[in-house]
Design a protein around this ligand. Sequence first.
Ligand SMILES: C[S@@+](CC[C@H](N)C(=O)[O-])C[C@H]1O[C@@H](n2cnc3c(N)ncnc32)[C@H](O)[C@@H]1O
Length: 246
Amino acid sequence: MTKSARLEMKEHITSTEKKQLYVNQMFATIAPRYNLVTSLLSYGRDKRWKRQLVELARIEPQHEILDLACGTGDITFMLAEKLTHGRVIGVDISAAMLEIARQKKRQLGLKTIEFESGDIMHLAFSESCFDRITVGYGLRNVPDLSKLLEEIFRLLKPGGRFLSLDFGKPPNRVYRAVYLEYLTVVGSALGWILHGNADIYRYIPESLKLYPAQQGVKALMDAMGFVDTGYTCYLGGAIAINYGTK
Ligand SMILES: C[S@@+](CC[C@H](N)C(=O)[O-])C[C@H]1O[C@@H](n2cnc3c(N)ncnc32)[C@H](O)[C@@H]1O
């Protein structure tokens, strides 16, 4: 991404057609430093929130699980720890992110995990085949959130649960404004230091502004027929886990 990417970012992420292109470029660039940046931006708390998602998922040893936008596989590996004869499939569109996940899988020699390259907006799994579907920091990045939620609903078995961890929007307006500003300043600084490009992590607050966040995701899930929907917030709503059952 070039210096003109600042304007381009806004142009791309507000367009259903162009957003995926921007997201793909971005993750290809940041993949080698993704785990470091996630840890820095969350002050080391990210792994705890991911563990919390896995606990809320109430995994059973035989479950068939789909981890969408699995990236370097943090959540996928945590899910796999809970399985004995079930299986977790991690799907991601970024070859660079998946390569890191696959490297870790080779080191650990785990048999209950599969990583697949693919676009979560165009999944080819058959209806009602997963007990659990999870996604970490993924809903905010897709070009059509309603379409993805519909697809998740289709893929879940009746009684299956869906859980999503992502940045949230704090309900307190002042805190929300400070938080978005904080993400902009820290994101810009990290972007310059690590990639010579301030825009690269400024994507986080910009995409968050366009994302309906925990309240909006819950409303969409309710409208689609999910039951027992809700969300758990961290840091006053700055981070949230949405969940619901088919
Ligand atoms: C912020 S990372 C999250 C990675 C991982 N879930 C985690 O929690 O650490 C977002 C991931 O979504 C992936 N992604 C974005 N759009 C996608 C799409 N349409 N299909 C599949 N993966 C996608 C990116 O390649 C990236 O790896």
